[in-house]
Design a protein around this ligand. Structure first.
Ligand code: ATP
Ligand code: MG
Length: 286
């Protein structure tokens, strides 16, 4: 039987869309159909298993799925049973301590003898230990941010991204304990055949990633300007220069960083460039 790898992703929630997009950007087709638990691809040896994010680490460490896409926060909480294969750059957030905004915060000692509500007791325990603090941990799943207002806890330790949830609950973020983003995780002891499929997947993901923030640029210029324009366009290796039918003119092709784009355009025009075209790059293979 042909080897297939199985990857667990979130059924719905903050990581679902980006996880699916990542798979699709890698050129992998997935059979549509929402309510399904599992879907497979017709052009890549991959099966996708849809789960709640809480269940993903365990499913991967048990080997029911070979890989998973999950927040680093969940991986840290489950403590080292999984191998982090790749940081994926989406689902960015931080794990922070927050206290009522009316409280004065003077430093981590504030948390001594306080009661802290969280869904991440293991990460919090490690932090308290590292800082030599003695606080009581109150485990809640769900709306942790309401705990201080209803008197269950003095502080919270939770996921923060914009901080607006904290503000609307009268809290302020006072310590960032860890940063998180979505990661591709795997279990140790993968067969050689599965490793080969993983390598192909990683190769594709990296090709898409490399093209992020980059644009392809084409322009026309008089030959005497070419030296100066080439200096402005470092490109992957060096720009491609092709003669135009019109005598004394050439076309230049290269790759530029999107962030440098507006600054460079002015300089390119000043150097004599005309008919500048900027086009998106989907994938970039070195
Ligand atoms: P599930 O139903 O799958 O259990 P959930 O409600 O536990 O979903 P989500 O809120 O969808 O989880 O968040 C999933 C992951 O997205 C988090 O574990 C975290 O890594 C990441 N994330 C990024 N930004 C945020 C944010 N602002 N709030 C919560 N999680 C975030
Ligand atoms: Mg969850």
């Amino acid at each position: 039987m042909e080897t297939t790898i199985r990857i667990a992703i979130q059924t719905k929630g903050r990581l679902n869309e980006d996880s699916l997009k990542m798979i699709q950007d890698a050129g992998i087709n997935l059979a549509e159909g929402k309510r399904k638990l599992i879907s497979s691809s017709n052009n890549f040896p991959l099966e996708v298993l849809y789960l709640r994010d809480d269940d993903i680490p365990q499913t991967v460490s048990d080997g029911v799925a070979d890989f998973g896409i999950v927040g680093l926060n969940e991986v840290m909480e489950k403590k080292g049973k999984l191998e982090i294969i790749k940081y994926l750059g989406f689902g960015k957030c931080r794990l922070s301590l927050a206290i009522p905004k009316s409280e004065e915060y003077t430093g981590v000692e504030y948390f001594n003898n306080k009661k802290i509500a969280t869904s991440y007791p293991e990460i919090l325990k490690d932090f308290l230990k590292a800082k030599g603090l003695n606080a009581e941990i109150h485990i809640i799943t769900g709306s942790v941010e309401i705990a201080p207002a209803i008197g269950i806890a003095d502080a919270i330790f939770d996921i923060v991204s914009s901080g607006s949830t904290l503000v609307s609950n009268g809290l302020k973020e006072v310590e960032v304990v860890a940063n998180s983003e979505a990661v591709l995780v795997g279990n140790h002891g993968l067969s050689e055949a599965k490793k080969a499929i993983l390598d192909e997947l990683i190769f594709r993901l990296e090709s898409v990633e490399r093209s992020k923030g980059k644009k392809y640029i084409l322009l026309n210029a008089p030959n005497e300007s070419i030296q100066e324009i080439v200096k402005l366009l470092p490109g992957m290796k060096s720009p491609t220069i092709l003669p135009l039918v019109e005598e004394g003119w050439s076309s230049l092709h290269s790759v530029i960083e999107e962030k440098d784009f507006w600054e460079k355009i002015g300089k390119l025009k000043a150097a004599g460039a005309q008919g500048i075209l900027i086009v998106p790059i989907e994938k970039m293979i070195l």
